[in-house]
Design a protein around this ligand. Structure first.
Ligand code: TYD
Length: 142
């Protein structure tokens, strides 16, 4: 069975410096940041268990991590599905293009931040699963 892009999505351990005053987690360098960041956005004031996402991006690369709380990122590339729980700011998830993602199991007081490879572009979204699925299967068989 061919591997889809979800196989390239992976957790990243964020190097963290700890001392008696607290911790600093640092995202830098190509190992940790596999793309040039053009946009940063923060998900905050999230409503507990109110799912978000439910879309895919055509070209966008992203890294998501939570600073407080927890959530589950569910991935589907049309060929396979997998889920990652994010619950600490020392672990991030790299999301590559052409992966349908849904954020579920959002705990109370969760704050997440997202690093993105491009500025916001509505044309980069698939918002209808069937459209995404047809494009994903087309790519898998081309
Ligand atoms: P969206 O990416 O659809 O997030 P979710 O799937 O979690 O709802 O974004 C929600 C809205 O915010 C949508 O109208 C697009 C807008 N938006 C921007 O204008 N700029 C951005 O950088 C982002 C991430 C969203």
């Amino acid at each position: 069975m061919p591997l889809g892009p979800a196989s390239r999505c992976r957790t990243i351990e964020i190097p963290t410096i700890q001392d008696s005053r607290g911790n600093i987690s640092i995202l830098e360098g190509a190992e940790i940041l596999p793309f040039t960041v053009k946009r940063v956005y923060v998900l905050h004031n999230l409503v507990e268990n109110q799912d978000r996402g439910s879309h895919a991006h055509k070209k966008l690369h992203q890294i998501i991590t939570v600073t407080t709380g927890s959530l589950v990122v569910n991935l589907d590339d049309g060929l396979s599905k997998k889920s990652f729980k994010l619950d600490k700011p020392t672990i991030a998830l790299y999301l590559c293009p052409m992966v349908w993602r849904t954020l579920t199991d959002i705990a109370a007081n969760t704050t997440a931040f997202v690093l993105a490879s491009e500025m916001y572009d509505e044309n980069d979204y698939f918002r209808v699963y069937e459209d995404f699925y047809a494009a994903a299967l087309g790519k898998a068989h081309s």
